[in-house]
Design a protein. Structure first.
Length: 298
């Protein structure tokens, strides 16, 4: 208990003695099975719990925040494509000034809206919003160019004049299966132009998708600069920018559901200065990394 409360055993003993004097009750009674609470302790417990929660809120809102002294813990969920970039922001932007902060960064693979709203999860880094009014969004990058990714030596490599007929000759691998879309966007574009494009498979893993692309003639649509950074490091992959007309069709369809963009999503449960510090670092650091990657391709 002392370790959990970050107090010494003697300090806990003195505190309990003071409480016993204030409430004229033993509060905790030692038995063969350990300590048991008295009826008085049970009676006042809800009031103590309320006061403790209010103190924590007061401390978070108004206590002086010193990043180098903060031992705050944060839970971050993200899509696979953002993992390296987020870890880099933590490593290079946050920990040098807040070395005692702790982060648990995990791949997002479920509908986490309720967990973000309740504060169980602090942040999500995604390329779409959530239809949940309890959540807040800060866009760190808008999506501009859209690319077609495939293996090196692919028949479409180097083509700047791609047509829907060219695309329909190959199967599409969908890196993310949007629950709100009936089929991959590229398949729907082909249908609108009277073409038919087959679907290879769906996967949420970028690394699995890259290996499939390197070994087949399948193609995929990419609009994430961090995904392209990863592709640049893989010797067997290549990509081309899709023609403006096809990009326009894809963006129009995607924007009918929710605006294309890249977001840091968070709730209102945690309003501490440490929380705001981390949020600002994530939004700013990811935005700068996105701009740097985008600039390299223009």
């Amino acid at each position: 208990m002392a370790e959990e409360l970050k107090m010494t055993n003697s300090a806990i003993t003195r505190t309990i003695a003071c409480l016993r004097e204030i409430f004229s009750d033993q509060l905790f009674v030692r038995t063969n099975k350990g300590f048991e609470v008295t009826a008085k302790a049970t009676e006042i417990a809800p009031f103590i719990s309320h006061l403790t929660e209010q103190y924590r809120k007061l401390d978070k809102e108004f206590a002086g925040f010193q990043p180098d002294q903060s031992e705050s813990y944060f839970e971050i969920l993200l899509y696979d494509e953002f993992c390296f970039a987020v870890q880099k922001v933590i490593r290079e932007e946050i920990l040098p000034v807040a070395p005692h902060m702790h982060f648990n960064v995990r791949i997002l693979n479920y509908d986490c809206g309720s967990d973000i709203a309740s504060g169980k999860v602090d942040f999500a880094v995604v390329y779409e919003g959530f239809d949940d009014k309890r959540l807040n969004y800060e866009c760190f990058a808008h999506t501009h160019d859209i690319y077609l990714l495939f293996r090196k030596g692919h028949p479409l490599e180097g083509r700047t004049d791609l047509t829907v007929e060219d695309l329909a000759r190959y199967r599409v691998l969908e890196i993310d299966n949007y629950d709100d879309l009936a089929c991959p966007l590229l398949v729907e574009v082909c249908r609108q132009y009277g073409g038919q494009m087959g679907i290879d498979e769906y996967t949420e893993s970028v690394s699995a998708a890259f290996q499939t692309l390197a070994e087949t003639d399948s193609v995929t649509v990419v609009c994430n600069q961090f995904t392209l950074n990863f592709a640049d490091s893989v010797k067997n992959l290549s990509y081309v920018r899709l023609p403006a007309a096809i990009q326009g069709r894809i963006k129009a369809m995607r924007n009918q559901v929710r605006p294309i963009g890249n977001y840091v999503v968070y709730g209102n449960a945690n309003q501490s200065q440490a929380f705001r510090f981390v949020k600002d670092k994530l939004v700013g650091g990811l935005g700068q990394a996105w701009q740097a990657a985008e600039k390299m391709r223009r």
